[in-house]
Design a protein around this ligand. Structure first.
Ligand SMILES: *Cc1c(COP(=O)(O)O)cnc(C)c1O
Length: 416
């Protein structure tokens, strides 16, 4: 298993504790794992745990779920790229992909639950409107891990898993995603839960990093360019961190891949801040869509508080690797989705369509050369097939909470 220390981007080593992944010096930076294993050596464990030497876990869960990497002759030909590799996380049996919750969020949920077990168990608390909820509920349902999920009312009923062992509790909130987050903060304050930690959670980041690890196993080298659609940008930070480990390994090249990150127009706050050369997302980066977020095509990409400026965050990742942001319209994403469907049989998550559209743009504008090794992170897909083949059950909310519920009533609803 991964033997490691946690280190602050300023250099200080930090004692490992699941509950508090903040740097004790009060520094805002993202703590990072530093593994004693220098080389990437896949192990005999199933699913994502073949990379357990580079996961912050001491135990493995029984799962088939893992990213896959492959080349698509037709997509490569369409784009005129000779060395295009695709990392895919989702449900696509023909390509060996069996991630039932259909996105790379499951790669975050699996090692997080291993850590929860490593630290003595507990109930993971999260607020989510989409793929994160589905991933954590899937892993919890499959492995008996416990979680309490808070979702906005309109997402209740959409949460589906292959197996529900009764360990997943779901609460809806009469309000939007921001209200669900606020409610989860109130529930956290009641005590007794493990907040999943977001981008600070090293299990989430190193779990996402396995997509690139799988890619590098297939490619035999680090790519020149990495493409991904981002909302929080945590996947991009993970790719940077995984790349640094792979450079240190020594067998895959010594250049970090450039990070080519895409957001869905008009919600492109990180793109605006980056293009203006700012380390911080300002108010004006977020304006224009005060109430427009739910109308965004790829709504998993709408994060208002991404770990962009924090030390070890997206700004530092892009500064270290080079690269750029792409703003992709819905029409461009939909047209990329059509190209994909003409070549491959699994459908894509809207966010993955955005990523593919950004690659199409980069190829058309000669921003990359046809000989370059390119890695496209397809972060989600296959929901329609999973729906047909996996016999999903919906998890129903225990209650729909009003935003202004009293502390006492909330405690009653949660601890009944
Ligand atoms: C969450 C999500 C993203 C964005 O990931 P981040 O790296 O956290 O910004 C992209 N695609 C899909 C399918 C997602 O669920």
């Amino acid at each position: 298993m991964g033997d490691y220390v946690l280190r602050c981007p300023r250099g200080e080593a930090v004692r490992d504790s699941i509950f508090d992944l903040a740097c004790p010096s009060g520094h805002e930076g993202l703590l990072r794992t530093e593994y004693s294993a220098v080389r990437m050596v896949p192990r005999e464990f199933a699913g994502i745990y073949k990379f357990c030497d580079w996961l912050p876990v001491r135990s493995v869960l029984d799962t088939r779920s893992a990213p896959v990497a492959f080349q698509s002759r037709r997509i490569s030909k369409e784009l005129g790229l000779k060395n295009l590799w695709i990392g895919f996380t989702g449900y696509y049996p023909e390509r060996g992909a069996y991630t039932a919750s259909c996105s790379f969020k499951e790669m975050e949920a699996l090692p997080t639950y291993s850590r929860v077990n490593d630290f003595g168990g507990g109930t993971v608390l999260l607020a989510s409107a989409g793929n994160t909820a589905r991933a954590f509920a899937q892993v919890a349902g499959e492995t008996g891990g416990r979680c309490l999920i808070v979702v906005p009312k309109r997402s209740a009923g959409k949460l589906k898993v292959t197996k529900d062992t009764g360990s997943v509790r779901l609460f809806a909130v009469n309000g939007d995603y921001a209200d669900a987050i606020e409610m989860s903060e109130r529930i956290a304050a009641l005590g007794g839960f493990i907040p999943e930690g977001g981008a600070r959670n090293v299990a989430r980041r190193d779990g996402m990093g396995t997509v690139l690890l799988e890619g590098v196993l297939a490619m035999g080298r680090l790519p020149d360019h990495y493409f991904q659609a981002v909302g929080s940008g945590t996947g991009a930070i993970s790719a940077w961190e995984a790349s640094m480990r792979l450079v240190r390994d020594g067998r895959f090249g010594n250049r970090l891949p450039s990070l080519n990150l895409s957001q869905n127009l008009p919600f492109v706050p990180m793109m605006r801040a980056w293009n203006a050369g700012r380390r911080n997302i300002s108010k004006e980066d977020l304006e224009d869509y005060a109430d427009g977020i739910c109308q965004i095509y790829a709504d998993v990409l709408t994060n208002r508080r991404p770990p962009y400026g924090v030390p070890g965050g997206v700004f530092d990742a892009l500064s270290a690797c080079g690269g750029k942001f792409f703003g992709i319209s819905e029409a461009e994403a939909v047209s990329a989705g059509k190209l994909w469907s003409s070549a491959e049989s699994a459908s894509l998550d809207p966010a993955a369509n955005v990523a593919l559209a950004s690659l199409i743009q980069a190829a058309e504008r000669n921003m990359i050369s046809c000989e370059d090794t390119v890695f496209l992170n397809i972060t989600g897909g296959g929901t329609d097939r999973a729906e047909e083949e996996l016999g999903l059950t919906a998890i129903l909310p225990e209650a729909c909470l009003n935003k202004d519920i009293s502390g006492e009533d909330l405690r009653g609803a949660i601890h009944e």
